[in-house]
Write a protein that binds this ligand. Structure first.
Ligand code: COA
Length: 386
């Protein structure tokens, strides 16, 4: 396999973007990525998108996006693994370059979620759950994560305040990110008094409904060195894993096995342990998920995710910063785009260009992007190669 580097990132401001279509979002983020990379022609495009059909009546993105990006005839494909679709698109681009099938590969993630009503958005998202045994009976994604949160609270004594502190920390970071959907700080009291969505999760425990896109461009390390445009950021480890789609079938409702296994695979590939990682972007679709992910990654022991968050471990100035971008909670969660945007944030930190949210010692970063209630997970590990 050839060593693979990320030479471009492309983001747009996320939010409720009524004046832009699904294709506009994907094209705008991709063009920003082309500009950042200094490249205007790619050999392949992989597109992460979960709900183009249900939300926008638009499938066949493998034709639409290359066409509107001025890249007609390139090999292109659309990848879907619920909210992990974006991460999967990046992994596909990585394989294209690593295998020698392509020299320049674009991965773009996109989702346009606000054109439908809240009820329709909830219905569409629930398509990532087990339709026969979960969604059909009326459970929603906030409901599934609420079950996990209740179990975590009962087993480990995780508190409502600790859950709230995840949101407070991520909004603090998101307030420093001009691309975020909700770039403002919130207090613990605001989280605890926000409207109840699915007990114990309140509005401010939930990632929002978002329109957005993000893109990254990959090539060989050799090519990246020749460009001399940015520090050379390599993908040194990737881990992909799956788990049961229904949470009732899991080994343990308080554990995210797909995250744990994907992390082990990525760390093994990178020749590292979790102690070698400085910071991470993780899938905080709900506050409880960030806590459970911290435990599954081995950053803390089971049950310690809540106390560690409240003690500041994952804050911008903590020992293991998590979600410097604002995470899904503040930056937004256009599902197909999230995994790609996480990678953009890690690359930005590794390049040292994250502005007010720049970490002083960003050397090795990790992204964790999860599908549904943890039925799939993809991890990327990135570092600067001298
Ligand atoms: N964080 C902060 N503010 C939020 C927010 C969030 N997550 N969601 C909505 N808001 C704000 C809105 O901007 C709006 O503010 P305004 O009144 O000043 O305009 C207000 O709160 C109400 O928003 P609305 O869109 O009417 O809320 P809703 O009740 O329709 O939806 C949720 C709220 C939590 C149900 C919805 O965001 C949701 O389903 N989130 C989870 C998405 C999901 O499951 N993703 C997949 C995860 S695996």
């Amino acid at each position: 396999m050839r060593d693979v580097a990320i030479i471009g990132t492309g983001l747009i401001k996320w939010g409720e973007l009524w004046e832009k279509s699904l294709r506009d979002l994907a094209v705008e983020a991709s063009l920003n990525c082309f500009k950042d990379a200094g490249i205007n022609k790619v050999d392949t495009i992989s597109i992460g998108c979960m709900l183009g059909g249900i939300f926008n009546g638009q499938e066949h993105l493998a034709s639409l996006i290359p066409d509107y990006l001025g890249q007609k005839h390139v090999p292109a494909m659309r990848l879907e693994s619920a909210c992990a679709s974006g991460g999967l698109a990046v992994r596909t681009a990585f394989l294209e370059v690593a295998s020698g099938m392509a020299d320049y590969a674009l991965a773009v993630g996109v989702e346009k979620m606000t054109d439908v009503s809240g009820g329709e958005a909830t219905y569409g998202l629930a398509a990532a759950a087990d339709q026969d045994y979960e969604a059909f009976h009326g459970i929603t994604f906030p409901g599934l994560y609420a079950l996990m949160a209740k179990s975590h609270i009962n087993r480990y004594g995780t508190t409502r305040e600790q859950l709230a502190d995840v949101a407070v920390k991520n909004h603090h970071n998101g307030a420093l990110n001009s691309m975020a959907q909700f770039p403002f700080a919130i207090t613990r009291e605001q989280v605890l008094s926000s409207v109840m969505i699915a007990d114990p999760l309140r509005l401010m425990d939930c990632s929002p409904i978002t329109d957005g896109a993000a893109a990254v461009m990959l090539t060989t390390v050799e090519n990246a060195r020749k460009l001399k445009k940015h520090p050379v950021v390599v993908i040194s480890g990737i881990g992909l894993a799956s788990d049961t789609i229904a949470i009732s079938q899991r080994r343990d409702i308080c554990k995210l096995d797909a995250v744990e296994i994907a992390a082990q695979r990525a760390l093994k590939m990178a020749g590292k342990t979790i102690k070698d990682i400085n910071f991470a972007e993780v899938h905080d679709c709900f506050t409880i998920s960030e806590i459970m992910v911290m435990e599954a990654l081995g950053i803390v022991k089971p049950g310690q995710g809540g106390p560690a968050t409240s003690a500041g471990l994952t804050a911008l100035d903590g020992k293991f910063p998590i979600n410097t971008s604002g995470g899904l909670k503040s930056k937004g969660h256009p599902v197909g785009a999230t995994g790609v945007a996480q990678i953009c944030e890690v690359v930005t930190q590794l390049r040292g260009t994250a502005g007010k949210r720049q970490l002083p010692n960003a050397k090795v970063g990790l992204t964790q992007n999860m599908g549904g209630s943890g039925g799939s997970c993809i991890i990327h590990i990135m570092e600067v190669k001298s």
